[in-house]
Design a binder for this molecule. Sequence first.
Ligand code: NIG
Ligand code: FE
Length: 410
Amino acid sequence: MKKTIINIGSLVGIVPAGVLRKQGAEMSETGILEQAWLEIEDGNILRFGPMKEMPRLNRAPEAGEVVDAEGGMVMPAFCDSHTHIVYAGSRDGEFLDKINGLSYEEIAARGGGILNSSDLLHETSEDELFRQSMQRVREMMAKGTGALEIKSGYGLNPEDELKMLRVIRRIREAVPAVVRATFLGAHAVGRAYTHESYVQAVVDMMPDAARLADFVDVFCDEGFFTVEDTDRILTAGAAYGLRPKIHANELAVSGGVQVGVRHDALSVDHLERTTDAEIEALLGSKTMPTMLPGSSFFLGLPFGRAKEFIGAGLGIALASDYNPGSSPSGDMRFVMALGCIRMRLTPVQALNAVTLNSAYAMGVSQITGSITPGKRADLILTWPGWTLTKIPYTYQTPFIRQVFLDGQPQ
Ligand code: NIG
Ligand code: FE
């Protein structure tokens, strides 16, 4: 099955094969081709080039379907390497608490927050949980997301954690987007446990969780799990081949970055509160620092020091953190806009952060996240007249004409 997109105003996000992430000065580079065509075969990008040089064959009927972009821009679909979209119900009551002045920590300390979602999830059947979660996945795909990571972490006991992981597996099988699963048993201490007994329970869940999950995560932060707990859980995960992705430095300078890097984490995420020691720890590692500006925006936390990270030679990824407590949105275009408006990333830096680097942060940058021959054709086609800069600039104007996932229009 072949398909050719012709009359592309600009083809943005071209990356040579073999480049799996961007760091430092590379963050400011991306390949752009004006007046281009792009050919898709069996769901993958086959080749592309300038319209002037398009082979005659691509116009012939046997070349397959022709999509006329009419001057619209084509870019890689967004990659969202950090979400909690499998949850039940809503936490809109807490939204009012927040408006009335309670902090995230205060809401959690009153038994709300993650434990509130855990109670709701316990009462919800697996089918219903799948149904609710699929609505969010469909919303994200319509907004241009082509790859996403989904965490467990609202189960907080063996049965419910596995229920979540099974739902993520079902989503993975049901959608054309690339889906990866993370076991976040250590998201909060389950109601039936003491802190110590819960850390042990998470370690004990590892063999079953590892059958369904690709990665292991720990909320290593003040009031949640310590560096020692994290070390134990990551060691247990490693025995089952689970690479870490860590929640660190959201509420305090937690030591989570350092313990994550020691365990060769694929990513360390949040990073609202970091010192130069965290930058030092990350330099020379394979770990992708991942910032979640939607949480900073929603909770009123500092935004990550993205510019300084890049200036020091690091890459960064941006992800949505879509969850009912700290970031009730999976809109990666808004994440990109916050990256530019609040973190002062250039549009090209923000693009790299929401595509290739975010794909790297969930271990899929060899198959998606850029315009590269051989990668999946996960693409956004914009309406005519759009440029990369306008996407975060006029950040609420609809810009997507069509999303293609695995080469198929959605
Ligand atoms: O990444 N910080 C920890 N976990 C989520 C929030 C989860 C929730 O409040 O439901 C986060 O922000
Ligand atoms: Fe999170």
